[in-house]
Write a protein that binds this ligand. Structure first.
Ligand code: GLU
Length: 304
């Protein structure tokens, strides 16, 4: 497959469409980004790297970090994890409180904020330095030791975290969060502030294209079943209330973040990351969604 040519074609076609969108501003620091940035990196499970556009600039991975936190916790807690968080799509915005009361404080899935807060709580119960554990995991799977948090973004989120605190206190009232909420939100905000380039993130996502085996060390970090299940959760829950549309148009397990990144995999074949900060009304990158739709359409295959 001539991925170089394919990415170039997708990139030019998306640019020609002049797609609009808005930068996330509810975390003020995220607004300080050049809205014209656009990059795509694809890495095959043989390790061949293909990149076009702004693929070597760091961006805020935001909710994409939720997949890594899940990949740290799941092999430790195993299936008991699903007593505290479900695996059903929410059909609601990422920071919604709406279903929590009917479902007794058990969030629908680990990739929306409520579920990610429960995962962060699990991390805090298991590890002394929970957030450094997630950061180290990302450094290891991306084979990039200098990946780090962005202090300004973390602080910016911390001072605008009423909604996440409300979610955490509500879940805590059902006993499904044990941590001190202020400390929990601090851990969560630092995790979301991690910055990576498209290429670094595509390297890290190779884990999910490679049945849970770290491509760079050959270490099995997830069992085949755990890797398959994380991909299933990404497929059904990775795109806020647009997961169905993403499955329909793109057909890859993936996760988006309000920093404008989308990371996805075709298991056994490749990982791919697109970054463009302009978001649609559901919070997904407009250019990112279109680029991945064109990619699998031109390829003629997806997981379906
Ligand atoms: N840190 C963001 C929040 O909790 C993440 C949102 C996202 O990327 O979906 O609001």
């Amino acid at each position: 497959m001539d991925y170089r040519h394919l990415l170039e074609e997708v990139y030019q076609e998306v640019l020609s469409l002049d797609l609009k969108g808005t930068i996330a501003t509810y975390i003020p620091e995220l607004a300080n980004v050049d809205e014209s940035k656009f990059g795509i990196s694809l890495i095959t499970t043989q390790g061949a790297v293909f990149s076009v556009g702004n693929t070597e600039e760091k961006f805020s991975i935001q909710s994409i970090s939720k997949v890594f936190a899940l990949a740290v916790v799941y092999p430790i807690l195993k299936e008991s994890l699903w007593e505290r968080v479900g695996v059903e799509p929410s059909g609601n915005p990422f920071n919604s409180l709406i279903r929590l009361e009917n479902e007794n404080g058990v969030p629908r899935n680990p990739l929306i904020n409520s579920g990610a807060l429960v995962i962060t709580d699990c991390l805090r119960e298991i590890f002394e330095n929970p957030i450094d554990t997630v950061l180290e995991f990302i450094r290891k799977v991306s084979n990039t030791p200098d990946i780090d948090y962005c202090e300004a973004t973390a602080q910016s989120e911390l001072t605008h975290s009423s909604r996440n605190k409300a979610l955490a206190y509500f879940i805590k009232s059902y006993g499904n969060i044990k941590s001190d909420v202020e400390e929990l939100i601090e851990s969560y905000s630092y995790q979301c502030s991690i910055e990576m380039t498209c290429t670094e993130l595509a390297r890290a996502f190779l884990l999910f294209a490679n049945t849970g085996v770290n491509f760079y060390t050959n270490e099995e970090l997830l069992t085949k079943s755990q890797s398959k299940r994380i991909n299933a959760i990404m497929q059904t829950c990775g795109f806020y209330d647009e997961a169905g549309d993403f499955a329909f148009k793109v057909g890859l397990p993936g996760k988006s973040g309000v920093g404008g990144g989308i990371a996805a995999v075709l298991p056994g074949k490749f990982s791919v990351v697109v970054w463009s900060p302009l978001l649609n009304e559901k919070g997904n990158s407009t250019k990112g969604m279109k680029a991945l739709e064109l990619l699998t359409t031109k390829l003629g295959y997806s997981v379906f």
